[in-house]
Each structure stands twice: as C-alpha cells, then as structure tokens.
Write a protein of this length. Sequence first.
Length: 383
Amino acid sequence: MQNKEYLMIPGPTPVPQNVLNAMSHPMFGHRTPRFAEMHKDIISKLQKVLQTRDDIFILTSSGTGGMEAAAANTITPGDKILTLVCGKFGERWSELGRRYGAEVIEENFTWGKPVNTDRVKELLNQHTDIKAVFATLNETSTGVINDIETLGSIISDTPALLVVDAISGAGGIEVKTSDWNIDILVTGSQKAMMMPPGLAVITVSQDAWKVIEKNNSPCYYFDLLKARKSSEKYNTPYTPAISLFVGLNAALDMLLEEGMNNVYTRHKVLRDAVREAANALGLQLMAAAEYASPTITSIYAPSGIGADDIRSTLKQEFGISFAGGQAQLKNKIFRIAHMGYTGKMDIITAISGLEMALSRAGYPVELGLGIQAAEKVFLRGQK
Ligand SMILES: *Cc1c(COP(=O)(O)O)cnc(C)c1O
C-alpha cells in the first residue's frame, strides 16, 4: 500500500471533506442571482473573520496575485515605499515594489525575529514622504508573527498606507483589520482557510481607495477599480473560480461555527504542543515564545544532521510532509505547519514520525518523549 499522506506544509493544507463535497457540484453561471447571493454571503462572512468593515474582493489567483493587486493598484512609478523584511516572504514586497517602479526602502531584520517597530517609527520620521508600508503578519519562512497592531498605530499617525500580507495567518491568527488600521490586507485560500489553492482575498480601506483612484497603473486583470464596479452587483470583472467560491463559503461556515476565538486558541495549543515536543527532544526552536507563530513552527535540525534528510525519511517512510528551510536556512531547519484543518492528533502523528526519523538519522532520541510533552499540553489545555 502507498503511504497515507499527512500534509504538514504551509500550503496547500488539508481540506475538510465537507468543503470538498461542497465543491463537487454541477457548474452554474457567474452572471446569475445564484452566484451574486453566494458572493454577498461570502463577503459578509469574510468581514467577520477578518474583522473589517472595508470592501473585500475575492480574486481568482494564488495569494501572490493578491499581493500583486495591492502593489499594482497603489504604487505609481517613483513613489517611495517601505518594505519590512524578516524572512523570505517579506522580500516579495520589495520585489513587487521594484517591478512597479517604486523607490523601495527595504528594511531588513534578523530572520527568526520580528520587525522592530521602533525602527519603523524612526524610518517614518526620517522619510516623511513614504506612501505605503508593506508588512507580513506571519513570516512563514521562519515561523514568526509580527506586531501588526503596533505597526498600524504608528503608521496611522502618518499619511502612509499599511499593506499587510496575512496569507499564512488569516483564519488561524486573529487579525483586526479595521481596528489595527490596516489599509490593505491580503490573504490566500490554501493556508489557514482550509481550502485548495486558487483564491486570494484583499481588503481595501477608504484611505487606500483615495490612493487607488489617483493611481493610473497599467495593470489589467487585477484592476481593483474594475473589481469595485463589478462588486456593486456582487459580480467579478472576469470569470471567477466558481467552485472555489462554493468551497470558501463552506469553509467559512466551519470557521464561524467553531467560533473564531476557539479557532485561534486551537492554533495556539497546537503550536505549544509542537514547541514543547521539540524542547523535550532537545531540539532548538527558531522563534522565541513571545513571537512564535500559531500556524507554523521552525525547528533546527540537530548539528551534523541535514534537515532535508529528516524530511525525506518522514516522507518516504511515514508519508508525512514537513516543509524545509528557504534560502540561507536550506537544510538547516524544517518547518511544521499546523494551520487550517489541523487537530491534536495530527500533531501526535507528526511528532511520532519526527522521533522515528531522528532516530533513523542517528540522533539519540528517547522514543515517546516528544509525544508525552505534546500530550501534556493537550491535557492541560481546553477540551
Ligand atoms: C504562501 C505565502 C505566500 C504566497 O502565496 P501563494 O499562494 O503561493 O502565491 C505569500 N506570503 C506568505 C506569508 C505566504 O505564507
């Protein structure tokens, strides 16, 4: 028999059976009342999950399409923007900014640490003409969350917009889009939203609209003014991924039924279990507890053992997929995603596999120690 698959990578993530079932339906047209009603319904659910009263657009693209929409609609060539980089995904904002002709001030922070908000304040004081600040809620490459609330309060005292990539966080980590003064928030379907890849979600504040209305970007597919026009009738400018919309509606129902506070607690408990297990096994965690991501944990491989060897044993022998390190972290760390449709027993499976893979690699591991640590977290946590 082929191994049963346990997907523990930061997207795509497992999709619940009832979301898969919902997507298995005869096709229907998108210029119809049926689509419009569903679209309206999804947007009101997204407003709850993302805690915003702003306009929301669902784009047929992966998350990066949403990031491109944010950059293309706000940046006019020559604009000064600030990008906050503490890992691989932060770099994407700089790349997008340069593509769209911005003068990019890229501020780099140590990978494995969050953005230093005092430094951001300094930079905004130094450069009063910054038009937008681009940040990442959850830096997936390292497993660190950034303090978007503080960033938002700093930036709201300036004319700059705050644009946030929340792709690997939204739906698993609380984000108060309106209260935190986020002008544009981007997320994707295949991370914590329990969906297959293929949809991006973008929110747009009134301040952001003022910038977008003045911008004359040549961008066509991702033109948000066109999207706004169509959305008056709960339509989309071009053919949307209809089945994915149906699936998103079902996934949002699941989230709201569980209750967002319970969803956020569940993710934190899973994170704590993974971290305690790693500690018990003598492994080093990349992120300190204060800013450890609730959706993904980066762990250093023991010295002398390649993280990718551990990953390949896990995959081949046990059917478990962990993510590897990116760029300078390649073969140094492995990353365990615990986002979206993930529960306690998924973590037990992952840690058990990890113990065996470490043992295979010659690391002196006392089998069961990591599992015990995870079980203790679950037993002391909420039921
Ligand atoms: C996955 C991810 C992206 C890229 O999303 P795609 O759907 O692959 O385009 C961007 N930013 C972060 C933080 C991510 O985790």
